[in-house]
Design a protein. Structure first.
Length: 191
């Protein structure tokens, strides 16, 4: 796979390289890749996530299964105390709205029953590593149990939570509209 040399390669970390078979293109957001995969024409593209980029222009890539773009993942922080859960929710919300959000996501403060509350951060599964890195880098922690992953999202929905507060988070990296995306596919670098 031959990639175009990038100026400021570090700004591409967390974005995607798409191999169309006859050419490659670098710098797609997860949402853009999702839009491509939803089309019949591009359903079989090969997708690679840029995990690291180095000053010499070399990139560390990791293949991403196309199916992951159809799934949600999440992190769930539990508490037996509503006051503590509200504090966890507010701290996580402040962290997200004052920093760089890697992908669209939803944040819920929910009551599961009279003795259990949860702060739920739910996002596209392809952004799992990015959200984990963000929370680790920012030192976010809680005193209660935590869980995460694709199966935990289904368990959360199946529990029928009473959502007490919610916030929709948008990525700080804006995705292109569908027409603009399709017209730019011929370019080796998207951003």
């Amino acid at each position: 796979m031959k990639l175009e040399k990038l100026e400021n390669p570090q700004k591409y970390t967390g974005l995607y390289v798409v191999d169309f078979g006859d050419h490659t293109s670098t710098g797609f957001t997860g949402q853009e890749v999702e839009m491509l995969l939803e089309s019949e024409k591009y359903a079989s593209i090969k997708v690679y996530k840029i995990h690291n980029a180095y000053p010499d222009g070399s990139l560390e890539l990791r293949g991403v299964p196309n199916e992951i773009f159809n799934l949600e993942s999440g992190m769930f922080f539990y508490s037996t105390n509503e006051f503590a859960a509200r504090g966890d929710y507010k701290r996580l919300l402040n962290l997200m709205i004052t920093g760089e959000v890697p992908s669209r996501a939803k944040l819920h403060l929910s009551r599961l029953n009279d003795e259990l509350y949860v702060v739920a951060l739910i996002y596209p599964a392809e952004a799992d590593d990015d959200f984990a890195r963000l929370l680790l880098d920012k030192g976010y922690n809680t005193q209660g149990q935590a869980s995460g992953g694709i199966s935990q999202v289904n368990s959360y929905y199946d529990a029928g939570p009473e959502v007490m507060e919610r916030h929709q988070l948008l990525s700080t990296r804006q995705s292109k509209e569908l027409n603009e995306l399709y017209s730019s596919l011929k370019y080796a670098v998207q951003r």
